[in-house]
Design a protein around this ligand. Structure first.
Ligand code: FES
Length: 105
């Protein structure tokens, strides 16, 4: 599954991730700056916040209640914000594009 992470500065990194991984795990594995995944993917840290590219927003399963609650606390959250530890990669997401917000909290 190919995913592109675009830094706030506009630098794109294409990574090849395994199906079944989360987009946070793939980012940490590939040292994508700006995605820390401090809590290991249990919706407790918010350090995996991303803005989903507009071409993909309709193609992801919507966030669950716990994720929505956490997003409400994150600065610079937008309607296309997600916690990428909750985006589980599969072939249907091949080509996914995620933008990194200016800062993680
Ligand atoms: Fe902590 Fe996603 S890794 S909320």
């Amino acid at each position: 599954v190919k995913i592109t992470y675009i830094s706030h500065a506009g630098e794109a990194r294409l990574v090849e991730a395994a199906s079944g991984q989360s987009a946070m795990e793939a980012a940490v594995h590939h040292n994508i700056a700006g995605i820390d995944g401090d809590c290991g993917g249990v919706i407790a840290c918010g350090t995996c916040h991303v803005h989903v590219d507009g071409t993909w927003t309709d193609r992801l399963a919507p966030p669950g209640e716990k994720e929505r609650d956490m997003l409400a606390y994150i600065d610079n959250a937008r309607p296309n914000s997600r916690l990428c530890c909750q985006i589980v990669l599969g072939e249907e997401l091949d080509g996914l594009v995620l933008h990194l917000p200016i800062a993680q909290h």
